[in-house]
Design a protein around this ligand. Sequence first.
Ligand code: HEC
Ligand code: HEC
Length: 332
Amino acid sequence: MNKHLRKGLLYVGVAGAAGLAGLYFVRPQIGHPPITGDIAAPAEVESVLRRACYDCHSNETHLAWFDHIGPAPWIVSRDVRAGRAAMNFSHWDRLNDAQRSGKLFEALNQMQFGAMPPPSYASLHPEAKISDQDLAALRNYLVALTPALAANTAGAASTSSASSTQVTAATLESSSPKAPTDAKRDVAPSPNGIGYQPDYKNWETISVSDRVDLGQTRVILGNDVAVKAIADKRTNPWPDGTAFAKVAWSQVTDAEGNVHTGDFKTVGFMIKDARQYASTSGWGFARWHGEELKPFGQDASFAGTECLNCHKPMEKYDFVFTAPFNLAKKQP
Ligand code: HEC
Ligand code: HEC
């Protein structure tokens, strides 16, 4: 090794050690700004949120002793800042009713998919583990927050527990959901230039979900590229050409408490092309609403500000909620 190079390496070593020492001794400050209006939810819901979410999504951050060790404070303070910015239960008074139920719906989904609390946090904080009961409590609270839906389903005991609100593929098939009659007419493209994809009705059903607070049933379909990627276990990242459709119908509960699909509401698409859609993390987003199939969005920016933003917590799974969840369940 020549002398010059050795001297260079020595500098790198010294700088590195100094940097590590800095990480140990200078701690960033996580403040506790005032609480303007805390979420007021049933006790069982509040206890879940406090236990598993408040460290990052409220102004009441408790730092356990291990969070003070080593370089962790940097990671923690970054999480707390970003978490509070995304959703803050201490400033719940700043949201209107629709925003509150929107956030809680997202929260329920993130919890169901195991994205929140972040696994790195959960592994250090065993008390933050989410049980089926926790999910049921939040789900029931969401239903109660939506007066129309709560009244609609009050007689149907079937909506009072977590498992029974799940709409099975069989219920869906038996009620033969109506698809919009779009075959013979021109549908306006999405403001970001993506054209309507009438072919989705021939794609394969990957999953069924229900959005309890809006009273909707949703089906997620994948094209042949998606289906092949699932079979080949090549879903992270999904290959170019993958396309998903999410179709939503209103939910109608009959006298016996069975849930059926009602009117067609929306169809949304995610189309993978890493180069073409680089500005929205490789996915082209588009959505059409109602029987008239009105494209969603004032201008092209909706894909980033609305769609991608809400899919962001699934970044580790290439921004897709559905399939990784099913695949993860199938893994030993
Ligand atoms: C260790 C910190 C941490 C914990 C604990 C945590 N989160 Fe998060 N959460 C974050 C961060 C950071 C973000 C922002 C992610 C981003 O913007 O990329 C976030 C984002 C979210 C979002 C998206 C909000 C939006 O509108 O953009 C939801 C919903 C959410 N978290 C729910 C929860 C729930 C529910 C819990 C408890 C079960 C929880 N989180 C626990 C750090 C945390
Ligand atoms: C409020 C958060 C939120 C917003 C905003 C959002 N999505 Fe999603 N999206 C979800 C969730 C959660 C799922 C998982 C399925 C479900 O529960 O409905 C999903 C699933 C999907 C899927 C099926 C693939 C997957 O990731 O599972 C498509 C396609 C989709 N969304 C398209 C869109 C489009 C297009 C937009 C914007 C016009 C959009 N989404 C905006 C939360 C959101």
